[in-house]
Design a protein around this ligand. Sequence first.
Ligand SMILES: [Zn+2]
Length: 439
Amino acid sequence: MEEALTRTGRRAKNKEDYDPNIHRLPWYAGWLLIALVAFCGTGSYLTFFILPSALTLTNLGLHPFAFNGARSWQTLRQLEALGPRPTGSRANEVLAVQLLEHEFSLVNASRNAAQEVLYDKQIVSGAYVRIGASVYRRVQNLIVKIVGEDDDRHALLLNCHFDSVASSPGASDDGASCAVMLELIRVLSREPRKPRHSIVFLFNGAEETPLQGSHGFITGHRWAKNVRAFINLESAGSGGKELLFQSGPGHPWLIEAYSRAVPHPFGQTIGEEIFQLGLIPSGTDFAIFHEFGHIPGLDFAHIFNGYRYHTQYDSIAYLSPAVLQRTGDNMLALVRLLANGNELAESANRAVGSDVYFDFLGLFFVTYSTTEGSIFNVIISLGGLLVGCWSVLAIVGWRHWPCVALEVLHGCVATLVGSIVALLFNLGIAFMLDRTMLI
Ligand SMILES: [Zn+2]
């Protein structure tokens, strides 16, 4: 008797029970699949909008060492009220600088007596070649340093830019990041103990021109040479969660530190792959710190409502104190961990390999090395293939293996061809749209 299975998986007693239809499933399987997809889609969509409620000004007495979203919001309101701040404009070179320097003086007045907070205004000229040539003159960088106990040998850098494009008030890009950084300075400078390592806060005045302020700092400022890692705060949208979209390159300890420290994780390796392969014709100060300073770092951006990026709609109307609270909570935890841990001092020794990472619905963060990732991928791919072939052969009979192998080969080739055709189709449409726009 030929060995075969019925469609319910029971061993057939005779040839007449043989059912070659391997695609038949119970009637409810389709509905279950639809329900699963709907649940996952709805769940991930809804969790995308969950933000922690912002602390208010009345909470300041109760939580003096917590990031305060309301106080940070006040700074953002003032910065946004200056309007567009392109590099070279009065709004950027005079008004924004005055506003930030005034805030720095208030911070210095309210710092704990145990803390040493330094301020330096860098006016820098220079040039670099990257994609194209970029020449700049008298760009302004405002730099605050909370001096650490280890005498400045290993510093952490945080970066934002206070300039904007001419068409936008730059509330999210990158006023929100400047407001977050100012609040971090307020909180950290009031702590009763110095951090172990120095923390350098760079408010650069020329990012949109592009990337000149960060280049001026990393190649020309005396505090740059001791920086062992950086955190770059950017925006490519307006509101929502800040996405960790780039790390390293290499230096998996940075991802591990993020994973341990932050209360609200949100990051995907896929962004890093796309960015570092050069597939996106855009860059952040991350690239400058890496290419000219040879420093590893983490790149964050608010990406929600990307259509507001660099438009008049990147305004405070589409942000909220909760957005700043979330970013601030994460950055404060991360800065505290890095500024007081061993990682910065050992960064050169820890630059081995790289990590795969992602968050699960914002609830927790998963990381593993790329080597482990390759092993998982091979096991899952081969396992899937073997289980699939096994199931089919168990139904149609093992002697039909050449036919099944041929079907699998057809499936692989069809998938590959389909992917290539889909890619070419999309590139073709993008090419045609580009030509239409140029005309
Ligand atoms: Zn920006």
